[in-house]
Write a protein that binds this ligand. Structure first.
Ligand code: KG4
Ligand code: ZN
Length: 355
């Protein structure tokens, strides 16, 4: 059974073909719009939607060609139907519905967050339930994953997401966009201990996150070091990048440690700590969480970095998991700009559109 997965919720135009048997990922094509957004220092929704429209047909054709199949070989088509930048989401959903209608195959509306949440099961043998740290550009949550479509949120951010903290930090330090990889690169040459940055909420009860105070502290340090033109010396920028990465890592690890205790008590059958989402591509963070998991006697699972950042394979995989359970959608499914994984969880204070 071959499934086409389409991802257009942010600044990656992506399509993939995933199979339920043999080698799972038959093709995984990601076109990054970074160059189109770089002049603006971040993603511009309107630019993203138009770029998805320009590129999606070609990306799907490439994915099918790389998989060595034709559109007639597809058993179903899945697309990210939210949450995300709605213009782009519409482009992907309309394309998927058109293919489903023309080929008379099922259409599956995938929650982008579920794509991230189930992505570790695409690359590794992993049973439910598991504890998931989902850290991306728009979200930072700790979830107990009980099954497909069954999530219990244990914590979320009360202000910025972890990826946002990386992106805003990189912008402040003049390291460019996207921020996560830029901070990780710069941090390799830096001394994380030179500038003490805060660890918001660390040591406090609960599993919620906060990163905005960290950003303010970083800005103050950067301003104190900048020259008259506002620029930072390379070694200062590297030390601040290393300090920021360490602080974000410590915050994530501290909150995850609390979530492990909760998870253990409420889901005694679970034995894995899983990290997913774009921030999970960070090697230092993966090491830190692996050490935490080992210390608590949990298995640690992180998808390969290319499956952490946005891609079509995770959407195809989530589609496949849903299809197996008979969870398909009608062609009247309306894309959702907001779509929480755990609808029962209360919105976090100040979380705005990120809930
Ligand atoms: O999951 P993703 O590709 O898109 C969203 O759903 O948001 O995550 C993108 C986020 C961005 O904030 C980016 O800076 C961050 O993931 N990111 C990283 C790394 N690679 C991507 N953060 C830290 N280290 C990285 N290597
Ligand atoms: Zn994502």
């Amino acid at each position: 059974m071959l499934i086409l997965g389409i991802e257009t919720s942010c600044d990656e135009t992506a399509a993939a073909v995933v199979s339920d048997a043999g080698e799972r990922i038959r093709a995984n094509v990601v076109f990054s719009q970074i160059a189109e957004h770089r002049p603006y220092g971040g993603v511009v929704p309107e630019v993203a939607a138009r770029a998805h429209l320009d590129h999606l047909d070609g990306i799907i054709a490439r994915a099918l060609a790389e998989a060595g199949i034709g559109i007639k070989d597809l058993a179903a088509v899945a697309a990210t139907a939210g949450p995300g930048l709605i213009g782009g989401v519409f482009v992907g959903v309309m394309e998927a519905k058109a293919i489903a209608l023309a080929r008379r195959i099922p259409f599956i509306a995938v929650n982008h967050l579920e794509g991230h949440a189930l992505s570790p099961r695409l690359a590794s043998a992993l049973d439910f339930p598991y504890l998931l740290l989902l850290a991306s550009g728009g979200h930072c949550q700790l979830l107990a994953v009980e099954g497909v479509g069954r999530y219990r949120r244990l914590g979320t951010t009360i202000d910025d997401a972890a990826g946002e903290a990386f992106d805003k930090g990189a912008k402040l330090l003049g390291l460019g966009y996207p921020g996560g990889p830029a901070i990780e690169r710069a941090a390799r040459a830096g001394d994380a201990r030179r500038f003490p940055l805060p660890r918001p909420l660390a040591g406090r009860p609960g599993c919620d996150f906060s990163f905005s105070g960290l950003k303010t502290a970083l800005r103050q340090q950067a301003q104190a070091l900048a020259d008259a033109s506002g620029a930072l010396a390379a070694d200062d920028a590297a030390d601040l990048a290393a300090g920021l990465q360490a602080a974000i890592g410590d915050c994530l690890a501290d909150r995850t440690a609390h979530a492990i205790a909760l998870f253990r008590a409420r889901w005694p059958g679970g034995n894995s700590l899983v990290v997913a989402g774009g921030v999970a591509a960070n090697a230092a963070l993966r090491q830190q969480l692996a050490a935490l998991a080992a210390d608590r006697g949990l298995a640690f699972i992180a998808p390969p970095p290319a499956l952490c950042t946005d891609n079509g394979a995770m959407i195809a995989w989530a589609g496949l998991e849903r299809l197996r359970l008979g969870l398909v959608d009608g062609l009247d499914f309306a894309p959702r700009p907001r779509w929480p994984l755990d609808p029962a969880a209360a919105p976090a204070i100040g979380a705005g559109v990120k809930a």
